[in-house]
Design a protein around this ligand. Structure first.
Ligand SMILES: Nc1ncnc2c1ncn2[C@@H]1O[C@H](COP(=O)(O)OP(=O)(O)OP(=O)(O)O)[C@@H](O)[C@H]1O
Ligand SMILES: [Mg+2]
Length: 257
């Protein structure tokens, strides 16, 4: 579809079977991402962030409550009309397929409207965007962990998703690559709806319009921080640290010393 979509999570409960018991991971969580917004989710390990992203991707269903897609006038959009791009916490590349082939799988429904030449070009552009142009014929085991993660990003983006869900996508990148990919992601702000799980406060403040700080499991919204800083953002501007401090406070982390 052409227009931007957002996501509404309403009173969602989700548990997993743990022997004869249930492990309640989400217990009535509600949050919202407006069309075109860039949202970050921060919270402790094991809180339920990946579980939440999977529900927003439509990969799992809530036990209770609902996850709905909305358009710019808050009207419901059917899930079948929404192209979701997801970058999982681990890159999940197919081991027998080249980097280019792996990325081409991300074209999904978009491929139907493209001829072979256009498809190849889209894959090539995505590989270039993530600095993988020279590695298109390599197999996943022949590239580094950070390159695998970049290939997973290229695969998610080549399909031009309406909704991009990112689960700690920059975790295994070195600093230079991390900053470079943050620049790529920052260009999506306002033009693509992104929801990103990250453990980096700086990354969240640099990229997000809004940050949700989640509690320990079962994850609830502990705090919601708006980041109205102009873009492009400056990490060393005084305003930047103001928001970083708000996030630190919301996380309940007390600086040592
Ligand atoms: N498929 C599953 N079956 C059973 N339990 C699960 C399943 N997926 C997740 N869990 C449990 O749900 C809880 C939340 O997991 P989740 O992966 O959502 O956390 P997270 O916030 O993404 O953590 P991290 O920051 O470490 O990635 C954990 O206790 C985990 O063991
Ligand atoms: Mg996770």
């Amino acid at each position: 579809m052409e227009q931007l979509v957002g996501v509404v999570v309403r009173d969602v409960i989700k548990g997993y079977a743990a022997g004869s018991q249930e492990l309640r991971v989400l217990d009535g969580i509600s949050l919202r991402c407006q069309p075109g917004e860039f949202i970050s989710l921060l919270g402790p390990s094991g809180a339920g962030k990946t579980t939440l992203l999977r529900l927003m991707a439509g990969l799992d269903r809530p036990d209770h409550g609902e996850v709905v897609y909305i358009d710019g006038s808050s009207k419901r959009v059917d899930a079948s009309e929404v192209r979701v791009g997801m970058v999982f916490q681990e890159p999940r590349l197919l081991p027998w397929a080249s980097v280019a082939k792996n990325v081409s799988y991300g074209l999904q429904g978009r491929a139907k409207a493209m001829n072979r030449h256009e498809q190849e070009r889209a894959v090539r552009d995505a590989l270039e965007l993530f600095g993988l142009g020279a590695f298109s014929t390599y197999l996943p085991h022949q590239i580094s962990g950070g390159m695998k993660q970049r290939a997973a990003l290229a695969r998610a983006l080549v399909g031009e998703p309406d909704l991009l869900l990112l689960d700690e996508p920059l975790g295994s990148l070195d600093i230079k690559n991390r900053l470079a990919i943050q620049e790529v992601l920052s260009q999506f702000a306002g033009t693509r709806t992104c929801i990103m799980v990250t453990h980096s406060i700086e990354e969240a403040v640099y990229l997000s319009d809004r940050i949700y700080v989640l509690s320990d499991r079962p994850a609830l919204v502990k705090s919601e921080i708006h980041v109205p800083l102009p873009r492009p953002r400056d990490r060393v501007a005084p305003g930047f640290s103001t928001y970083a401090r708000q996030v630190i406070r919301a996380l309940g982390v007390t600086p040592a010393g």
